[in-house]
Write a protein that binds this ligand. Structure first.
Ligand SMILES: CC(C)(COP(=O)(O)OP(=O)(O)OC[C@H]1O[C@@H](n2cnc3c(N)ncnc32)[C@H](O)[C@@H]1OP(=O)(O)O)[C@@H](O)C(=O)NCCC(=O)NCCS
Length: 143
């Protein structure tokens, strides 16, 4: 294995990145939307084994105060070997000047706790797919 990280948006095979989302799994993404989202994100990270894309993450940030990490995903055959931690540490190093927030896929909270993240007491979200977010365990339902 020859695993490297890169942060440049040149020569990206967005179909392959969408395939990583699908197989990780982290959901279905339109490759063209992913490419546009990446351009507007502020920070992207690609993990490669040789020439093959194997992992992805991105962050939205103003580089002065705040940042939010999204979409960390790794091909299943590369999971549980420290690559998620490596990607996160590289992103956090670049995001050093700012606070960093994120929300975990339910069940992945422990992964982020090991990286120093703490549950937020007042975090709130307004989602386009509210029912789906409740069903998937991200949001409280109406009381
Ligand atoms: C979540 C994900 C990115 C983690 O990456 P990974 O390469 O598998 O994780 P790592 O091997 O780097 O794990 C780092 C540490 O976190 C721990 N860890 C990993 N997943 C965990 C979990 N669900 N709960 C608690 N701890 C976890 C590991 O045991 C390891 O601990 P150690 O440093 O003490 O050895 C990866 O599994 C993945 O792509 N999953 C599918 C997509 C997804 O759910 N993404 C998260 C979006 S919030």
């Amino acid at each position: 294995m020859d695993i490297t990280l890169s942060f440049e948006l040149d020569n990206i095979d967005w179909n392959k990145i969408a395939e990583i989302f699908e197989r990780a799994p982290l959901g279905t993404r339109d490759p063209q939307k992913l490419a546009r989202a990446a351009v507007n994100s502020g920070l992207v990270c690609f993990a490669k084994d040789g020439d093959e894309f194997i992992g992805f993450a991105r962050a939205i940030t103003d580089w002065e105060f705040q940042g939010a990490i999204y979409d960390l995903c790794i091909l299943p055959e590369y999971q549980s070997h420290g690559l998620g931690k490596k990607i996160m540490n590289a992103m956090l190093e670049k995001l050093k000047p700012v606070n960093v927030i994120l929300y975990a896929v339910p069940g992945k909270e422990g992964f982020y706790k090991k990286l120093g993240f703490k549950p937020m007491l007042t975090a709130m979200g307004r989602f386009k797919t509210e029912t789906e977010m409740i069903e998937k365990g991200y949001l409280e339902g109406d009381r």
